[in-house]
Design a protein around this ligand. Structure first.
Ligand code: SF4
Length: 504
């Protein structure tokens, strides 16, 4: 019989293992009375029962769930049942679990509260290397194509901290901050010095509000939001809830069934929805395990180098110049070639730059220029304007190509201020306005995003990061393919590459 919506446990946290390798002072999931835990087989049966009751997402938590010897088996079983799976972990044995469970792991939630190792150690989360380990794990999780969350507990030790840089480095799809919570029988006797006021929690939330513009918005849960809004199962196979500052447990699910057990603990679905518990967690196409490639385009003087540098720092990204370093020694000779051969050399270099970017480790690569420049200038030299049709179907393309747009007087002023002389190209841009207009029109046709470069460098980078977050979501939803970078919604008309070669 189907469950009424109010009792359908659509998303469940399964605290299947009470032990942990760490001793966080604020921890309220130690389960001191859990003398024994249910077996892996019994946990599997609970997963079967949950699936029958309508559970769509299962989050394995602890203690530290990666210490549970049966975790990989349970994750694989849940995935086979059609559930979206998640492991919330301090990272203890995460790589081994991910190796064993493979593609059955859809999400990982990493727990990091501070960017300072000393604060993490003071909180009991790790031994002075938790931040460094977590950053490396985040990289590994992304490389495996697993979706990433970040959980932070806000306490007296970190409520005044600005975690923006850390969050930008980790770049989770979801970042949740929890107001430190006191639970009688768990942490109430030791957590008092870490408690904060509602105003302090709100100050922490407000300090990070700006990250929403970069797709890294904070999901904040104060003590009220956390109360009775989670469907939780303890290590003995019982639902439990946290009303009135202590835990209430149901009878064992295996004995009374999901619906009856859940009804005993007072889960409130409206609070679950209100805290943002319902979101698009469904695993669509597997996200790409290769880096996201963003190219920065624009005429000299628009701030490309500054943007590339800042963006790379913001994303912890590798920078690849165009043409790439390995071809730099050929460039002077290439620039002396007839137009058609010169452009052909540049196209080869552009292709190589994207290949190098795709082979890179890490989550992001920033390209300083792309084939868009080659196409835009190539067509302009012919008295034409480049269009999407110039970009051949088999020619690799960045995931996002950004044009820095700056009014000509400002651009000329900035360029002149650099004092590095005018190239032949720059001289023509200055004297031949029609040529410059054609180049710019070509850029606008070929770039995915035009950013106002009159704003501050940080404003430019924030605009780019916002678009990256949007495109990463699209890439996950529609899936990735090797012809990466076709802009969502853009369907360029393709002409054979030879047409372009003949044209130039
Ligand atoms: S890592 Fe998690 S489970 Fe372990 S002590 Fe800390 S809060 Fe508790």
């Amino acid at each position: 019989m189907s469950q009424p919506a109010a009792l359908k446990p659509i998303a469940v946290n399964f605290h299947l293992w009470p032990k942990c390798n760490l001793k966080c002072t604020f921890c309220y999931a130690t389960f001191p009375n859990a003398r024994n835990t249910i077996s892996t087989a019994a946990s599997m049966k609970i997963l079967d029962d949950l699936q029958a009751a309508g559970t769509e997402k299962i989050t394995f938590v602890g203690g530290e769930p990666t210490l549970h010897p049966g975790l990989p088996e349970l994750v694989v079983h849940a995935a086979k049942l059609g559930m979206t799976t998640c492991i919330v972990t301090n990272g203890a044995k995460l790589p081994a679990v991910l190796d064993a469970a493979g593609s059955a792991v859809h999400w990982v939630g990493l727990s990091v509260d501070s960017a300072r190792e000393s604060v993490q150690a003071q909180l009991g989360r790790g031994h002075g290397d938790h931040v460094r380990r977590s950053l490396a794990l985040a990289e590994d999780i992304r490389r495996r194509g697993i979706r990433l969350k970040l959980n932070s507990v806000v306490t007296a030790l970190n409520w005044q901290e600005d975690l923006s840089r850390l969050v930008r480095q980790i770049r989770p799809e979801r970042w949740k901050a929890f107001e430190v919570l006191s639970i009688e029988g768990e942490n109430a006797d030791r957590v008092q010095p870490l408690r904060i006021t509602t105003a302090q929690f709100q100050a922490f939330v407000s300090r990070h509000a700006h990250l929403a513009a970069e797709g890294l918005g904070l999901i904040a849960e104060d003590n009220d939001a956390m109360t009775n809004s989670y469907v939780m199962i303890d290590p003995q196979g019982r639902f439990f809830s946290n009303a009135d500052g202590s835990y209430t447990t149901s009878e064992p699910i295996a004995e009374v069934g999901v619906a009856n057990a859940l009804a005993q603990v007072g889960w409130q679905r409206d609070k679950f929805v209100a805290r943002g518990g319902l979101y698009n967690w469904r695993q669509g196409a597997k996200p790409s395990s290769r880096p996201f490639i963003v190219a920065i385009e624009g005429l000299d003087g628009t701030g490309k180098s500054t943007t590339v540098g800042l963006l790379a720092k913001r994303l912890s990204a590798r920078v690849i110049r165009n043409p790439p370093e390995e071809l730099a020694h050929e460039r002077a000779a290439a620039d002396k070639l007839p137009a058609a051969q010169r452009r052909e050399w540049y196209l080869g270099a552009n292709r190589r730059a994207v290949e190098l970017a795709r082979q890179s480790k890490g989550s992001y690569v920033v390209l300083d220029r792309s084939a868009a420049s080659t196409f835009a200038f190539g067509r302009a030299e012919l008295g034409e304007v480049a269009t999407e049709a110039d970009w051949p179907a088999d020619f690799p393309r960045p995931d996002l190509t950004v044009l820095l747009d700056l009014p000509e007087p400002q651009r000329r002023a900035r360029h002149a201020g650099r004092g590095d002389g005018a190239t032949t190209e720059e001289q023509r841009l200055a004297r031949d306005h029609a040529f410059r207009d054609r180049v710019l029109a070509g850029y606008r046709a070929l770039c995915d995003l035009s950013v106002d470069a009159e704003q501050s460098p940080n404003g430019v980078v924030a605009s780019v990061c916002r678009e990256i977050a949007h495109r990463e979501r699209s890439r996950r939803e529609v899936g990735d393919n090797e012809d990466a970078g076709r802009s969502p919604g853009r369907r360029p008309r393709i002409v054979p590459r030879s047409t372009y070669q003949e044209a130039v």
